[in-house]
Design a protein around this ligand. Sequence first.
Ligand SMILES: [Zn+2]
Length: 130
Amino acid sequence: MNEQRKRLKEDVKLSEITLRECQSKFVDDISYLIGFAYNQGYELTFGEAYRTPEQAALNAKSGIGIKNSLHTKRLAIDFNVFKDGKYLTKSEDLKELGEYWKSLNIKNAWGGDFKNADGNHFSQSRNGVK
Ligand SMILES: [Zn+2]
């Protein structure tokens, strides 16, 4: 990882910046998560990042998500995570990544902590939504 690289807006409260700035801060944090994951021997593929409000409403109806999902705000991403060639589907297998993700930013939430655990989900809360 480039030591010279500066993290975005570290000193600014996320509630005081615009959604667009939050989205870029989220991507910046995600880039650190990706680097950490590979350094720890994980491999990732992208799952869902942006989700339309229409899709979020359908998911909520069928009980597999919430209507105001942070995916609709471009503040959440799902990764498919692999280690030693094995697809990790249990949240507890991703705890190391979740803990690292939360250590990056007080606003970062990990799906593995949710009531319906969703360990491949990494988001940045905004206006109280996780
Ligand atoms: Zn998700």
